[in-house]
Design a protein around this ligand. Structure first.
Ligand code: IFM
Length: 479
């Protein structure tokens, strides 16, 4: 993909419009267009399409010790010297816990129809078990009420990696017990909020916990134990299924599903070895999660590769797959990058990369992922719950952030999603990652992923060019 560059001087949204957007509410007509990037492609989306943005609790909330919140594995990890860039932590993050009214107004100004956020388990249960902490639940009540008052649909994720440290001390997701504690926590959250949350997501990106938390160790809890990692995968999947069952048991009419980060895997060359390696790679990247949740079995090739005596195989008990494949209402898809797999099971780069070392920019991958799910797993409603990229995002002299790469990236990925819809994919909404710049895990605050710039010294929020562009897309319901 070639990233168009700006050709028309002065065609970016003016600093005045960006400022008035913040002060007075966003006005779509203030946005002037750059013909090189901002020009509409004429791609209309279905009526009522759910344009949204996403965040997660530890990445934005801050208030790490407020109102009875307990520690999570990410508090421990980020406070361990050498684990995050510059020693950054989520202690303050972007202070969303205190600034959420301002953030809600920003969302309304952008015209968001859906907001995907996550609930911090250790805010609700400081130690991960027992009586819920009402002050923690009250924060999420205020948040969802504020969304509804502004006409924005809440989409709540129950687990976005922040396992309570007290549970980690008892084995975390290595232990089967954690899946049951997770379902109990979910019951408390449903009891407090289900009347106002139409869509629940269970576990966010179990694969990232498996790969980054237990294989490479560059995420919490920072372990390097590949066999154990797949035991963790099974327990995360079990937790997902138990949380689905727990919602059904309440008689709720809300919808629920898992949130998987899916990577299209392509052979790096025409060899039989590359084809075989790609198939297995896909098993670990995609099918281990998709097949267990949507078909009720783990992929044979992954089971064979792990072996019958592996921690993975031994962690699977009779009846588990029936729980894991409890029927869901929708599947949340997160797409960032493709993989090109060589015959020896390694990967190669084929496309321009973003500022994230692992991300190749390939919009057609969005089309391939979405159409594959519909083709292979049936017509389940889909929502894109994450897609985005980090950009240099330099604050200009007039409070302007000209993130033209982000505009081009989103435009091309939206167009790929549009093509998938035209080809029959039941995609109902799309959430850009992320609403705000935030704590990007081991990368700390070095990578900026937001539509909205955050000046971390003052916590001032400033709309980037991409936010103004996105506001126009939402208003037009078209790219
Ligand atoms: O910031 C993360 C998010 O928490 C999960 N998905 C990928 C994003 C970008 O790395």
């Amino acid at each position: 993909m070639s990233v168009p560059t700006r050709t028309t001087a002065g065609a970016t949204p003016s600093a005045d419009s960006a400022r008035s957007a913040l002060v007075n509410g966003v006005k779509p007509d203030d946005l002037s267009r750059d013909p090189a990037v901002d020009a509409p492609l004429g791609l209309a989306f279905p009526d009522g399409f759910g344009w949204g943005a996403a965040t997660s609790a530890y990445q934005i909330e801050g208030a790490a010790k407020d109102d009875g919140r307990g520690e999570s594995v990410w508090d421990t990890f980020s406070h361990t010297p050498g684990r995050t860039k510059n020693g950054d932590t989520g202690d303050t993050a972007v202070d969303h816990y205190h600034r959420y009214p301002e953030d809600l107004d920003l969302m309304r100004g952008l015209g968001l129809r859906s907001y995907r956020f996550s609930i911090s388990w250790s805010r609700v249960q400081a130690d991960g078990t027992g009586t819920p902490n009402q002050r923690g639940l009250d924060f999420y009540r205020r948040l969802v009420d504020g969304l509804l008052q502004r006409g924005i649909e809440p989409m709540a994720t129950l687990f976005h990696w922040d396992t309570p440290q007290a549970l980690q001390d008892r084995g975390g997701w290595e232990s089967r017990e954690t899946a049951y504690r997770f379902a109990e926590y979910a019951e408390h959250v449903y009891a407090a909020l289900d009347d106002s949350v139409p869509v629940w997501l269970t576990v966010n990106e179990p694969k990232t916990v498996v790969q980054n938390g237990y294989i490479t160790g560059h995420h919490a809890p920072g372990k390097r134990d590949e066999p154990l990692a797949y035991q963790v995968a099974h327990h995360l999947q079990l937790g997902h299924g138990l949380a689905v069952q727990a919602l059904r048991a309440t008689g709720s009419s809300s919808r629920i599903g898992p949130a998987f980060n899916l990577h299209p895997c392509y052979p790096a060359d025409d060899s039989a070895a590359a084809a075989a390696a790609t198939r297995l790679y896909d098993g670990y990247e995609n099918r281990i999660y998709l097949d267990s949740a949507l078909r009720g079995h783990y992929p044979e090739d992954v089971l064979a590769d792990q072996g019958p005596d592996s921690p993975f195989a031994r962690s699977i008990r009779d009846g588990d797959l029936a729980i894991i494949s409890a029927p869901v209402d929708l599947l949340a898809v997160q797409y960032y990058t493709p993989y090109y797999v060589t015959g020896d099971g390694d990967t190669e780069r084929r496309h321009a990369t973003s500022k994230a070392f692992w991300q190749q920019i390939y919009p057609d991958g969005m089309y391939d992922v979405l159409t594959r799910i519909t083709r292979e797993y049936g017509p389940l409603p889909l929502t894109v719950t994450e897609n985005g990229l980090p950009c240099p995002d330099v604050l200009g002299p007039e409070d302007d952030i000209d993130d033209v790469e982000r505009v081009a990236f989103l435009r091309d990925h939206f167009a790929a999603a549009h093509r998938a819809i035209a080809d029959g994919v039941p995609l109902e909404s799309y959430h850009v990652w992320s609403l705000l710049d935030n704590f990007e895990w081991d990368q700390g605050y070095d990578e900026r992923w937001g539509l909205v710039y955050v000046d971390y010294a003052t916590q001032r929020r400033i709309l980037k060019r991409s936010a103004l562009w996105y506001q126009r897309v939402i208003a037009d319901n078209a790219v």
